[in-house]
Design a protein around this ligand. Structure first.
Ligand SMILES: [Zn+2]
Length: 382
C-alpha cells in the first residue's frame, strides 16, 4: 500500500508571491486566451519580469486540449529548454501542461544521449476550484482525429508546486463555480467509498466534503467572498490528493460517457449523477451494501440525521439534491436539455464506454452492463 503527496502547496491570499522566490534561466508559461484576457497571465509574467527571468507564453490551449496542441507545446519546449514550467488556468490548461511534460519526459528518454531537455520545475496555478489537477498524476488529452480521449497517468506529471491564490479564482462566473465545486464533492465522496480508500485518503476526503457543504453556496452566491473562494480552492486540492491515491468510481465513469457525447460540463454531469449513484452503490436489492455505512458516516459527520445506515444514506442523498438545487443545477439530464431520442440512441454506447472507463474498477460495487444502462435511464428522468 502506498500514499503519496509530493506537491509543495502555497496557499492563501498573496501566495502568488512564491513566484518571487524562484530562480530560473528560462520560463515557459502555459495558458489559454481567457487567462490572457483576464490579465492573470500578466500577473505571473510581471513577477518573472521583476526577477529578470526571460519567458515564452504558450497561450493556445483550448478546452479539452488536443494532442495537436500538446505537440505544438512540446516543440516549443524542446526549442526553448525551460527550467521552469508554469501552468496558469483551469483543468484543461494544467492537463495540457502535464501532457507536454509527459511527452517531454518520454522524448527525453529517447534523447537521453544528447541530453536535449531536462525536466523543468513545474508550478501549477489553478484558476478554478474543481479538478485538483495541480496535485494529481492524471491528464486527459483528446485525439481530435480519432474522436477519443487519451488518459495519461504518470507520477512524473505531478506538479512540483501548486499556488492556491484565491485572487486567481475571483472572476470565475457563478455557474462554473457551481459545476466545478460539485466536481470537488464527487471526487471526495468517490475517494471516501473507493475500493482503494485508506485512513490517509479518508482524512483529505472528509475535510474536502465538509468544506464543500460549508463554502460552496457562499462562493456561488458571492464570487467576491474570498474566504469561501480560498476554502473551495483548498477543498479541491485536498480532494485531488485523495483521488490521485484512492481512485474514483462509476459516478465519474458515467459522467465521462455522457460528457463525451453531449454538451454538459464535467462537473455538472457528475452533480446530476451523484444522488443516483449513491443510491445504487448503497443498496443491493432489499439489503444494504456494506458501503452504506460509509455514506451514513459522512451524513453523521455533516450533522444530518443518521440514526441508522439506511437513514444516513437517505440524508446524504437529500443533502446532495438540496445542494444541487441551491446551485441552480438541474435534477436530470432531461432537465438539462438533452434531447430524449438522442439520449436513448446513445445509451448502449455510453454504457459500454462507462464499463471500460478507468474509474470503474475502484467503485465499491462492480456494475453489470445492464445496471449501467438502467442508471443512465434513471438519471435522464429521476
Ligand atoms: Zn471530476
Amino acid at each position: 500500500m502506498k500514499f503519496q503527496s509530493k506537491t509543495e502547496i502555497h496557499y492563501g491570499q498573496n501566495s502568488i508571491d512564491y513566484m518571487k522566490t524562484l530562480n530560473a534561466k528560462f520560463a515557459f508559461v502555459v495558458a489559454d486566451q481567457l487567462m490572457v484576457k483576464l490579465k492573470l497571465v500578466k500577473k505571473v509574467t510581471d513577477l518573472l519580469d521583476q526577477q529578470s527571468i526571460p519567458y515564452e507564453v504558450f497561450d493556445s490551449i483550448e478546452p479539452n486540449p488536443s494532442l495537436e496542441t500538446v505537440r505544438k507545446g512540446l516543440d516549443r519546449i524542446i526549442k526553448t529548454k525551460p527550467d521552469l514550467l508554469v501552468a496558469v488556468g483551469g483543468g484543461s490548461v494544467i492537463d495540457a501542461a502535464k501532457a507536454i511534460m509527459y511527452f517531454c519526459i518520454k522524448t527525453k528518454e529517447k534523447l537521453i544521449e544528447t541530453d536535449a531537455i531536462r525536466k523543468p520545475w513545474f508550478v501549477a496555478i489553478p484558476t478554478t476550484s474543481g479538478t485538483g489537477s495541480e496535485v494529481t498524476a492524471f491528464s486527459v488529452v483528446t485525439d481530435t482525429q480519432r474522436h477519443i480521449k487519451i488518459p495519461l497517468v504518470n507520477t512524473m506529471m505531478i506538479p512540483d508546486a501548486a499556488i492556491l491564490d484565491p485572487e486567481f479564482t475571483r472572476t470565475v462566473p457563478p455557474f462554473v463555480t457551481a459545476d466545478t465545486g460539485m466536481d470537488v464533492l464527487v471526487h471526495a465522496i468517490e475517494t471516501y467509498v473507493s475500493k482503494e480508500t485508506s485512513d490517509f485518503t479518508d482524512i483529505y476526503a472528509k475535510k474536502a466534503i465538509k468544506e464543500v457543504f460549508t463554502y460552496l453556496v457562499r462562493a456561488y452566491k458571492n464570487g467576491n467572498d474570498m474566504e469561501a473562494r480560498q476554502k473551495m480552492q483548498e477543498a479541491s486540492c485536498m480532494a485531488g490528493i485523495g483521488f490521485t491515491n484512492a481512485g474514483l468510481g462509476v459516478n465519474h465513469s458515467l459522467a465521462h460517457a455522457v460528457g463525451g457525447l453531449f454538451k454538459v460540463s464535467h462537473g455538472r454531469a457528475n452533480a446530476i449523477l451523484l444522488p443516483t449513484i449513491i443510491a445504487y452503490n448503497a443498496r443491493l436489492g432489499n439489503t444494504l451494501h456494506s458501503v452504506a455505512k460509509r455514506y451514513a458516516n459522512l451524513a453523521h459527520e455533516l450533522g444530518f440525521p443518521a440514526s441508522t445506515d439506511e437513514e444516513g444514506v437517505r440524508s446524504l442523498i437529500a443533502a446532495v439534491k438540496f445542494l444541487n438545487q441551491e446551485l441552480g443545477i438541474p435534477s436530470s439530464f432531461k432537465a438539462h436539455g438533452i434531447d430524449p431520442q438522442d439520449y436513448r440512441n446513445q445509451i448502449d454506447t455510453m454504457a459500454k464506454n462507462a464499463m471500460a472507463d478507468t474509474c470503474t474498477p475502484s467503485n465499491p460495487r462492480k456494475p453489470a452492463l445492464e445496471e449501467i444502462k438502467s442508471l443512465f435511464e434513471t438519471v435522464y428522468k429521476p
